[in-house]
Design a binder for this molecule. Sequence first.
Ligand SMILES: Nc1ncnc2c1ncn2[C@@H]1O[C@H](COP(=O)(O)OP(=O)(O)O)[C@@H](O)[C@H]1O
Ligand code: SF4
Ligand SMILES: [Mg+2]
Length: 336
Amino acid sequence: MNAPAPALILDAVSKEFAQRRSLFGRPAAPVRAVDTVSFVVNPGETLGLVGESGCGKSTLARMILRMTRPTTGHVLVEGKRVDALLPSEVLAYRRQIQMIFQDPYASLNPRIRAGDLIGEPMAIHGLARGAELETRVADLAAQVGLSAAMLGRYPHEFSGGQRQRIAIARALAVSPRIIVADEPVSALDVSVRAQVLNLMADLQTSRGLSYVFISHDIGTVAYLSHRVAVMYLGAIVEIGPARDVLRRPRHPYTRLLLEAVPVAHPRLRVRRREVLPGEVPNGVGLGAGCRFAPRCPMAQERCRVEAPTPRAIDGTRLVACHFAEDTPDLPKGLAA
Ligand SMILES: Nc1ncnc2c1ncn2[C@@H]1O[C@H](COP(=O)(O)OP(=O)(O)O)[C@@H](O)[C@H]1O
Ligand code: SF4
Ligand SMILES: [Mg+2]
């Protein structure tokens, strides 16, 4: 049997932003926010995308969602290049893929009641109206754990977790195949994060959804992901099955991310420290060598002159490091 076609394909996607020109001196080189990112997401699969703030995660999400165009490379949703959709195909594309944002309060119109927020996408896409629309809204609300009595309330009358449930119901309203969730639990109280993540996991199972799950927190990513991609300064430095990447990281950066979180819950860890040692550079004027060399505890002379290209390690993953085989295993008890 042939493997199912990927739901989402990123083919060497890059994004550059022009820098503001200073009054004096030479024009500034553009910032490469996303640098030649390639991956696939299969039907029903969660790809977790993790990396520190500023590494390009949201820019990548925005390109997948067609909110900004790649400078080079292509995004394909259900086999179609999203930069080359015909006007007649755009509506169908918008039903195939939906987004959940970090801050549900900012993404929900405060003057619209919850029931209308959930029903609006169905109305816009002409999927239901009248009594049928009402039934479907109540049904969706129940699926995300909101009671019918709550549908007449406005966003400010809900807790952060409930607002995110509204946003999830709204995203599901058009029956998408893929959901891109950009830091969906980062703004929530730690106590409700697991509930929202569990809801997302249940919905994935019942609906066969594909997720691109984005977080700066590797513990949160570990919770849902089947595969994990680790991003550093716009590029994926390690990608592979979650078990392998989280238990036995082969890129020194992945290892540092995992070392920086203590074990609180075996699969949902709480951050110990927000940042790793060293400055986070911004992708301007990356030199010839490895982008991680200035912060890498394993850096050698070769790393400063030759950029590592991603290569297969252990048969299951790609790692962009000359010395991936030498990365020490995590201390006992730290592996996810
Ligand atoms: N519209 C923009 N114009 C210029 N630079 C941008 C823009 N959007 C993002 N950037 C830059 O691109 C890099 C990646 O940002 P972003 O994708 O938001 O990262 P993340 O979501 O991982 O925190 C950052 O250096 C950021 O300053
Ligand atoms: S190539 Fe060198 S600098 Fe880059 S991650 Fe590997 S060891 Fe570190
Ligand atoms: Mg972001």
